[in-house]
Design a binder for this molecule. Structure first.
Ligand code: BF8
Length: 611
């Protein structure tokens, strides 16, 4: 089975009829995948190699003498570095936009959440008794400076409970500047530098922390300052949100700097008029992946799907443009688009796609460029190939928008419910789709089992989109929940599965669990909470998993990371880390068993807390 999603099944069949190759087909063609790669024991870090380590003989070494332990640890650290870099560069772009906004260079942006601006500025020691623009300018400069700091630590570390900070201090892994930590990973993993797998992995954790409590948290906070802090909002999810009689534009990628402007441009009277002139009834903007989550959370813009929906959206034959920026955009979409009429428009100098139309996005002329892009989509409406049009009917209602601020006044009620035992604990389900897993199966199945067992589920990223499509982000989904969780959710009028945003918004979950820990005067690792990335595939997910564990959260991975080639690294990650940071990884691809691991962990933590 390739997917549990009916709309996806419909379009996978259509793609076959149309002779279009999809990610699942390409995965099949890759079989058998390289065993050395799967185990993490190939090294290309210098030109004496590439080297491969015999996974069975226990003595095999690379040309330089690196063992399986060193190679696996180095490779994993580089995955963390790439993932942390992606999140943090996104964060940096947000801060640069805030600075340009404050300096009057990016006139189409404004400060929307002034209260949050002042709150964050106070944390950074910026004087808040001035105009928003002055505060924003100094805050942005402070944060930009922080990216590279050599000495001292990133500010948001202060949001962690004291006990957690003590753990990090003792291990020497309190994160410094984000750029500093990432550069150090690249240095340490160069030939002949750090050859101690424990030392390497500790630095991997430090770098991941600079992502979770740094780059990602900055991305979230600045997005809220610029575009507003999300509040509960109704919308719909799945490919049925596409409309045959309107110009369909999908924004795909990650940074709301672009997608917010596209949404705004699509409201322009002249462009709507132009759409009508070409025979469409209007302009339908839909989201995909995490930039879709950003628009959904703040504007209630419908979300067409998660990672494995990106090719399928084109197969409907009605997507007039997919506008992309950075991250999670398959190079394949330009190939798929050749069979239909869809225009792929790339916008970032960091991410160009051969065969796509490149219209570079610049914050100084944001709305003007956004309008130009939307116009291209409208002009492409007439090129639809009528015989290839088929839109699946599936689209599900949902409620999203559960930022930390929305949940803050519910924390006491949550703690009471946890103490009473009505709610057993909280589980975060996050991360991607991966064609190695039937699309959405693990996300949805795990969420269903967890809520049945009275565990409140919080979600971000493609996991949240999977559960949205399955109808779990609705208050009515309490029918699938256990009695206690149902009572709790009904008393607050919330769904049992809460959409907390995009992948960088996992930082909202960190803040939530940190506040719960502070209120109970315990460490995060003492709480009845857990996390899972049931269908993860990206390097960003590796960084997320690493900072979740380093923050004290037991984390279950649903696809196997490339570490099994080293028994020592595997043991460190899945056993020994518990003694070091109070949490560890588990790997379990069966969703029933993975959910069971989380339930057992939560019950164990309740017992230790005496509740
Ligand atoms: O940003 S969009 S595929 S990497 S989960 Fe995964 Fe989905 Fe990408 Fe995180 Ni979000």
């Amino acid at each position: 089975m390739r997917t549990i999603d009916k709309a996806a099944r419909f379009l996978i069949d259509k793609a076959k009829e149309d002779g279009v190759e999809l990610a699942w087909d390409r995965l099949e063609k890759q079989q058998p995948q390289c065993g050395f790669g799967l185990l993490g024991i190939c090294c290309r870090n210098c030109n004496m190699g590439p080297c491969r380590i015999d996974p069975f003989d226990g003595v095999s070494r690379g040309v330089c003498g690196a063992t399986a332990d060193v190679i696996v640890a180095r490779n994993l650290c580089r995955m963390i570095a790439a993932g942390a870099a992606a999140h943090s560069d996104h964060g940096r772009d947000m801060v640069l936009t805030l600075l340009m906004t404050a300096e009057g260079e990016a006139k189409d942006y404004k400060i929307t959440d002034s209260e949050k601006l002042k709150r964050v500025a106070s944390e950074y020691g910026v004087d808040i008794n001035r105009s928003d623009v002055e505060i924003a300018r100094d805050l942005a400069k402070e944060i930009i400076r922080e990216f590279g700091i050599e000495k001292g630590f990133i500010q948001f570390v202060e949001r962690a409970p004291e006990k957690r900070k003590e753990v990090w201090k003792k291990l020497g892994i309190v994160p410094r500047g984000i750029d500093r930590e990432i550069v150090e990973i690249m240095h340490r993993t160069h030939i002949g530098v750090d050859n101690d797998y424990v030392n390497l992995l500790l630095h991997g954790l430090r770098t991941a922390l600079s992502d979770g409590w740094g780059g990602s948290m900055i991305a979230t906070e600045i997005s809220d300052i610029l575009f507003g802090t999300p509040k509960p909002v109704k919308s719909r999810a799945n490919l049925g949100v596409l409309k045959e009689d309107e110009v369909n534009i999908i924004v795909h990628g990650h940074e709301p700097i672009l997608s917010e402007m596209i949404a705004l441009a699509a409201e322009d009277e002249e462009l709507i008029k132009l759409a009508k002139e070409v025979g469409a009834k209007g302009i339908n903007v839909c989201g995909m992946c995490c930039t879709g989550n950003e628009l959904l959370m703040r504007r209630g813009i419908p979300i067409a799907g998660n990672f494995l929906h990106q090719e399928l959206a084109i197969v409907t034959g009605v997507v007039d443009a997919i506008i992309v920026d950075v991250q999670c955009i398959m190079p394949a979409i330009t190939e798929v688009a050749k069979c239909y009429h869809t225009l792929i428009i790339s916008t970032s100098p960091k991410a160009k796609f051969p065969n796509a139309l490149h219209i570079e996005f610049k914050e100084e002329k944001a709305l003007e460029i956004a309008k130009e892009i939307v116009k291209k989509a409208i002009e492409n409406f007439k090129n639809r190939k009528k015989e290839l049009i088929r839109i699946p009917s599936e689209s599900m209602e949902l409620i999203a928008g559960f930022s930390y601020e929305v949940l803050a006044d519910k924390i006491d009620a949550l703690i009471d419910a946890i103490k009473r035992g009505d709610v057993r604990g909280v589980a975060a389900l996050v991360g991607c789709n991966n064609p190695k897993v039937p699309q959405d199966r693990n996300h949805v199945r795990m969420a269903e089992i967890l809520i049945k067992n009275n565990i409140l589920v919080v979600e971000t990223g493609c996991s949240a989109i999977a559960c949205a499509k399955a109808g779990l982000l609705l208050p009515e989904a309490v029918e699938k929940a256990g009695e206690g969780l149902r009572k709790f959710c009904e008393s607050l009028g919330i769904p049992p599965v809460l959409h907390m945003g995009s992948c960088v918004d996992i930082s909202r979950i960190l803040v939530l669990v940190a506040e719960i820990a502070k209120k109970l005067n315990v460490d995060i690792s003492d709480l009845p909470i857990a996390a899972a990335a049931p269908e993860w595939m990206s390097e960003k997910a590796v960084s997320i998993g690493a900072y979740a564990v380093a923050s004290g959260i037991f984390t279950v991975l649903g696809t196997v990371p490339p570490v099994l080639g080293s028994k020592n690294v595997t043991k460190l990650l899945t056993e020994d880390l518990e003694k070091v940071v109070g949490a560890r990884f588990a790997v379990e691809s069966d969703p029933e068993k993975a959910a069971k691991l989380i339930i057992e962990h939560i019950e164990k933590k309740r017992e230790s807390l005496g509740i």
